[in-house]
Every structure is written in structure tokens, then in C-alpha cells.
Ligand binder design. Sequence first.
Ligand code: PEP
Length: 249
Amino acid sequence: MRKKIVAGNWKMNTLLKDGMELAQAVEKLTSEKSNQALVIIAPPFTHLSKVRELIDHVKLSAQNCASEASGAYTGEVSPEMLVSAGAEYVILGHSERRSYYKEENELLNKKVKLALSKRLKPIYCCGEVLEERESGRLFDVVRAQLEVGLKDLSEQEIDQVVIAYEPVWAIGTGVVASPDQAQEMHKFIRDLLGELFSKQVAEHMSILYGGSCKPSNAEELFANPDVDGGLIGGASLVAEDFMAIVNAF
Ligand code: PEP
């Protein structure tokens, strides 16, 4: 059985006090119900160690990490620092990092490998922009993101990775992919993993959907055979909405 996962990406939202309250609310709701899915939250760096003290049933993720292990890299946060603050996962390759901070697949491959070497599990994001979908290049784009971003990982390493398919045109826009569009790309990703790694890796990989996922559409998205959960942005900032998505399983 593949792991079902719902992860909340808080992005650059919440001051420390609000973030702690949100984490506490998610922890409480998670602990009250036996969930089908693993619940992960990804607060800003500044909140990680405080939030870690408040959660038990919920796992902690960072939203990014450095591509270097330590040293003179002002403003960067290393995977090892994140682990020391209590993080178990790190989101890498989010479309906002790719577009605003020009993070390319090669750099992301370096980050993925470094994170794994420090026992931090990457939630590796991929997805096409609207123009790429409309011109029919969506599969080539996602293939390159996975081929290069996950290059040279051993079977043991790839087993620690979670993939999030996030069509960029659906992120924060209110326009959600249809269940068929999501399933089509998730199946493509799973088949590609079979080609790049092995059938076993492909079968074992949790592939999350992200992009305007809400309580009202989560159930039909998660009903697809290759959709193993969600990476949630906006709706993860309200504990009840986030948990309604978790409960869609
Ligand atoms: C995201 O940024 O990862 C995301 C899925 O955002 P939203 O749910 O707000 O579209």
C-alpha cells in the first residue's frame, strides 16, 4: 500500500504566534481522528523549532533548503539545520522557487541529494505552466523536471522521496485540474518512474496533487488511482479546511 499524504505549504504566511496556533489546531484535529493520511505541515523556517514542540501526530516539513552543506552562504539554511530544528521533510522545486528564484532542475537535483544525505525527505514538485499545457509540451516539461531533478538517486534514496504534481496554472488561481487531467499526469509520472528506476519504485511512490485543492474538490481528486494525496497551499492556512481535505480520504 502506498502512503496517503496531505501536506500543507504555508508559504510566507503567519507570524510566529499565529503559526503556533495553527499548528496546535492541526495537531488537535489530527489527534482526535484516526486519519487515512499522513499529515504534514510546512511552516516558514522561523517557526520550525517552536512548531515541532507542539506537534506529535503531525509531521514537520521545511519549504526549501540550501544546496550546500555549510559555510559562507549568507541567508541560506542547510538540510542539517532543518533536521536539528525537527523537520523530517523539505519541499523542493516548488513553482514559486522555480520562477521567482530561478531554481533550475540541476540545482534542485543538488538540493535533493544533499537533503537525502542528511536524512531529510524531499517533497519534490513538478508541473507545467499554462502555455506548456496548451502547446502540448506538458509531458516533456514534467519528464525533464523528474529526469534531471531526481538524477542519480539510488533505489534506497528515491524511496524516501515524495512527488507533488502541481500544474502552475492551478496554483493559487482557484482553477483546479479536473480529476481526469490529474490522473493522466499522475499515471504518466508513475510510468516514468518505472522507466527511470523500477516498477517497484513506481508502485511505492506517493504522488500528491497540488493546485487549488479545497474541501469541495479533494474527494474527487483523491478518488483517482494514481493520486495519493495533496500538497495544499491556501486551504492549509485554515485548520478546519485543511483537515476537511485530510478527511476526504
Ligand atoms: C501550492 O502552492 O503548493 C499550492 C498547491 O497552492 P494552492 O493550494 O493555494 O493552489
